[in-house]
Design a protein around this ligand. Sequence first.
Ligand code: RAT
Ligand code: ZN
Length: 413
Amino acid sequence: MNNSIEKIVSDTINEIPVIDMHTHLFPDSFSQLCLHGIDELLTYHYLISEATLWADIDYQKFLMLPQKTQAEFVWEELFVKRSPISEASLGVLTVLKELDIPFSKDLNDIREYFSKINNDDYVTYIMNKANVSSFVMTNNPFDEEERKYWDQGVFFSSKNFIPALRVDPLINDWENASKTIHQDGYSISEEIDTSTIEETKQFLRFWVQKMKPVYMAASLPWDFPKKDYETLLLEECVLPVCEEYNLPMSLMLGTKRQLNPDLGIAGDGVGQTSFAYLEQLCMRLPEQKFLITVLARENQYELTVIAQKFKNVMLFGCWWFLNTPQLIEEITTMRMDQLGLHFIPQHSDCRVFEQLLYKWSHFRQTFSPILAQRYQRLENQGLTITKETIQNDVEQLFQGNFINFTNLSRSEV
Ligand code: RAT
Ligand code: ZN
């Protein structure tokens, strides 16, 4: 491989800021929901499910423990008793390195370093260090805690925190969602009749106007749609409101929620999605844009082909269990083969701020040789590859595809 291409690609990938188009992060004005620090990092659900494999503990009792104690358990099992070789554990080490915190087996040493970080605008500091220009949140109007902030009139210190209206409770859990909608003063019945549909749309319009989301989003289980009313809610309530406000719909497909319910949020699994319904939805609604990601490795090829057939589909991310170097390499190579530059290669799904530091640096590291190899092949065909060519392509992947697809204006990010 031509050394200079490898270097230019890796420099460019590191230089170009990314728009992180799906996270669970909140700016500091959402105080309790803006998570950071070592105890939050260690109690990330990816690490909890890994650490609890090692000890004979009762999951439910474990999840009742104070966060500090849970963090100590994870630290002990994954970082002290053995080497932290999984992607999520390596991530913690990358965070420490990026923050110049030396590794010590004594967790209190690390806690002390974190407590000494004195930065007025820590969120911006981390975003700059991770080279993330803006991030899309997950804003859930069915979440009691989050609603408090919206009710108080939440304040965004920067336009780089972009809301997204999350609606899966509506589609996946009508029983509870209908209670919230009812409590909010809309007159709905349990049966989804015409008037309930209209009132539910009013509820959604209210939240679109309040949150000003860049898209609506739902994570749907691997066996969706299971019941008729789920597609009714999606097609008669959610998508018509998307259409009114010209919003793309983001679909994250393939979770097997609560595969092990004792593990709480760490207990979700994966199942293979059948695309028949989705394919006809994309076909029937050519004006509705869909951002789509899918969790099962076995589904990646089929989804790539769907994304090649429909202009209204933008494929994104190597999600959750797929966010490992080996799978990113495999999936991204396939996507480039079939779609060229027409996809969004990654989103972070971060829940804790400092995770931006590892999720994006690990991704950039994996992505860089994959892209460099492409340019090498182009050069072998006689094309001249300049820094500008590479910048243009990486900008497309890291920002442009998302901006264009969602109609965000460049000045908004
Ligand atoms: O990747 C994750 O962290 C999962 O727990 C889910 O939150 C998933 O990303 C989702 O948005 O449903
Ligand atoms: Zn997520």
